[in-house]
Write a protein that binds this ligand. Structure first.
Ligand code: SAH
Length: 412
């Protein structure tokens, strides 16, 4: 096996179980005598040692600033049943914290990358289907072992769909399809998965990410408790998770907005499936900023409203900052967006506002929202501070895994 030897004193973060080796920490790459290439190959399993040749870890090699993603510490090779053990550990965690793993219709995240000691791997379960996303070349190479471990471990799982077109490093010369069924291809398959007793159409073939945003489950539940008798505006609604919960919570009207026409089709299906007789759901394929600026004609939705205003608004935009360099722009975006919503919301209104940018930490996000409130000049109370749910755990040794944060605000 190829050995990656670290520079002196560069082992400390690994001794504290941080699962990444940065390229700058590497002193030497030692290839086996008969190794056919002159450098390690993308996704290859490598052994990491300190400068005195002591074993530190085993992980996946990848070109780039994160050179090794560690799979196991303190050993020199992976056991043969590695994938079964790690998938079982992730499954047992969800079972032990009472996620609905025994419900054959449930939607939940089974593997959350570093949070489940599987850097580069995401697995979401939708009823009988596991949707697997590889973010590293190493996970791509192991996809069939992972798929086998999933069907062997999770009783509900009958099929495994692999969806890594958009997530694999685009420069890596990888063999094999990046998208397609690994196990159990269905013919003409339509999946409805359940979350807290509501059902959602999941389209992993055409949908964004793995097909659904399971990470907002707890926050959607909280919203349900605030929705009674309110006029709800769900911005960046995607498949309408917040909209459907708001209807169950007794909202007077719900308006769903997303720039994607496909998403709006799914929202309409989800509302009709759960609440076929609900008379006041309005859905628009529109840009959020245009909508909040009143450039889109939202009068139709507003006809029954007092004050012509929404009194519960959800802002759940896509990640504005994908990299550190983009943070200043992202913060400007959050300020602008939140200012518009705080300006528009009726007195006594409630704003659920989120950021899923990993590079924007919760203090920076809170400051952006604070600045927006100050600009608009309204009194705002923070009612709740929200985060990602238990099936998106954060590895205590890798705090970078914290990404979703939200505030629930009361706007006087
Ligand atoms: N709240 C959703 C998830 C939102 S994901 C849920 O609970 O499932 C972010 C969504 O924002 C995506 O659906 C994307 O299509 C949409 N989006 C991106 N840019 C947008 C824009 N400028 N205006 C409106 N929607 C946008």
């Amino acid at each position: 096996m190829t050995v990656i030897q670290l520079k002196p004193k560069k082992q400390d973060s690994l001794l504290r179980f941080h699962p990444w080796v940065f390229s700058g920490a590497i002193a030497k790459i030692l290839l086996d005598k008969n190794y056919p290439y002159n450098e390690p190959q993308e996704g290859e399993l490598v052994r990491v040692t300190d400068s005195d040749d002591n074993n530190l870890a085993v992980g996946h090699w990848q070109k780039g600033s994160i050179a090794v993603r560690v799979l196991a510490f303190g050993i020199d090779r992976l056991p043969a049943d590695f994938w079964h053990r790690r998938i079982a550990a992730a499954y047992n965690c969800r079972r032990d914290i009472n996620l609905p793993v025994h419900d054959h219709k449930a939607a939940y995240r089974l593997v959350h990358g570093e949070g489940d000691r599987l850097p580069g791997l995401i697995v979401d379960i939708y009823a009988d289907t596991a949707v697997v996303q590889a973010h590293s070349a190493g996970m791509h190479l192991c996809r069939y072992d992972i798929a086998k471990a999933l069907v062997d471990t999770v009783p509900a799982v009958q099929r495994v769909y692999y969806k890594s077109d958009d997530t694999l490093p685009f420069k890596a010369p990888l063999q094999g399809d990046k998208t397609g069924y690994l196990i159990g291809e269905p013919s003409d398959y339509v999946c409805w998965a359940a979350e807290n007793g509501l059902e959602f159409r999941i389209d992993w073939l055409q949908g964004q990410k793995t097909g659904f945003f399971v990470d907002q489950r707890d926050n959607r539940s909280l919203l349900e408790h605030y929705a009674a008798n309110r006029h709800v505006l769900n911005m960046f609604c995607y498949t309408g998770g917040f909209s459907v919960y708001a209807i169950r919570g007794g909202a007077k009207s719900v308006t769903s907005v997303d720039v994607s026409a496909k998403a709006i089709e799914l929202v309409k299906q989800n509302v009709a499936h759960n609440f076929p007789d609900y008379p006041a759901h309005y859905a628009y394929a529109a840009d959020a900023f245009d909508f909040l600026d009143g450039k889109i004609n939202d009068r139709l939705a507003n006809v029954q409203m007092t004050n012509d205003k929404y009194d519960l608004i959800i802002l759940d935009p896509p990640a504005f900052a994908k990299h550190r360099d983009a943070v200043p722009n992202a913060l400007r975006g959050y300020r602008r967006l939140n200012a518009k919503a705080i300006e528009k919301i009726a007195p006594g209104g409630i704003l659920f506002t989120f950021s899923c940018s990993q590079a924007v930490d919760k203090e920076a996000f809170r400051l952006a929202v604070f600045t927006a409130a100050a600009q608009v000049g309204r009194h705002v109370r923070i009612l709740h501070q929200l985060h990602q749910p238990a099936d998106h755990p954060i590895n205590i040794f890798q705090p970078e895994g914290e990404y979703l944060k939200g505030l629930v605000l009361y706007v006087e």
